[in-house]
Design a binder for this molecule. Sequence first.
Ligand code: HEM
Length: 347
Amino acid sequence: MAMKATHAGAVAGAVVVCLCAVVAVQVQAAVAGGDGVEGTVRTLVEAAIKGDPRLGPALLRLVFHDCWVNGCDGSVLLDTTPFNGSSGTEKAAGRNIGLAGFEVIDTIKAKLGDTVSCADIVVLAGRDAAAVMSRGKINYTVVTGRRDGVVSSAAAAAATLPDSVFKIGQLKDNFAAKNFTAEELVVLSGAHAVGVSHLSSFQDRLSSSRSVSTPITAAYKAALGKDVEAQKAVQNTTDPTEPFNIRDMDAGFRNASGFDAAGVDTAAVGVLDNSFYLANTQNMVLLRSDWELLNATDTRRKVSVLGGNATRWEMEFAAAMAKLSNLPAEGTRFEVRKSCRSINNLN
Ligand code: HEM
């Protein structure tokens, strides 16, 4: 009996040990899996931005432009699909001018293989770009498991994405349609602390025509107009780009504009911080849609609050990006694409 009991105890002990080992292995596998995907994305995003800092803003913008149109479904990445309503894919939409970072997504996809969706890669890469550009200040959790859509239409992008000449009411309506508040509109617009815009997107801000002009500091407008002409030659195009953030212009430009750098770290070129709001209150932002945030009491107040509180903006920006990254995919047919640029079966 005693022998039996001892034996039974030993067997039970062995089962417990055995179960523990199985659980331990499973936990390890789950952790390794998470680290594997997220770690790979982080490594490749860091390397990409190190190689070309312009890719940071590009990856951040991709999240907005993917998730706003049909939800987060990788639709912005498609070069071709039969389901485009004959208007071309989203990339062909005018409001997607300057969209970039697609090669980074391709590189990540090639490394991760067929089980990770392109839609997941877009939100993970954008999240990591925000972390890198903010020097680790902006962090948020992203749930994965998205699947890729098969529809991508330029007409839908044109109808859904906000335009740079939108007025404050149009901007609020555009965000409300996606269940985002006016406060979140202001918070997310802070992304325009980094990156560039084409002249064609802010041409109206340089205009002297009273019908299209919006308040912009005269000295800044003059400096911008002068730099645009110089950049046409440098970039060899009639539609050159300019940095969004006056912080990122050289000291000569900032001084000529009369920029008050109090509260702005002018050495932090390319850093994703709340400096957008400080430039905005001085009427020194590129887009009309940026300036429009000053044109309603609630949004103007929010601009002022965020300009005075860097930590608050970082936290609210992270929360709003997490919400953006969670916009559910619309549509009925999904897959995990093999290539982010085309659907698996074109027929
Ligand atoms: C509120 C409405 C918005 C409008 C009207 C708008 C419009 C624009 C325009 C016109 C450009 C420049 C395109 C070009 O000419 O090359 C741009 C760039 C950019 N936008 Fe927005 N945007 C908005 C909201 C957002 C949001 C919510 C995000 C956040 C994810 C964002 C992130 C960016 C970034 C990072 C760039 C720079 C991209 C680069 O340098 O490659 N924008 N946006």
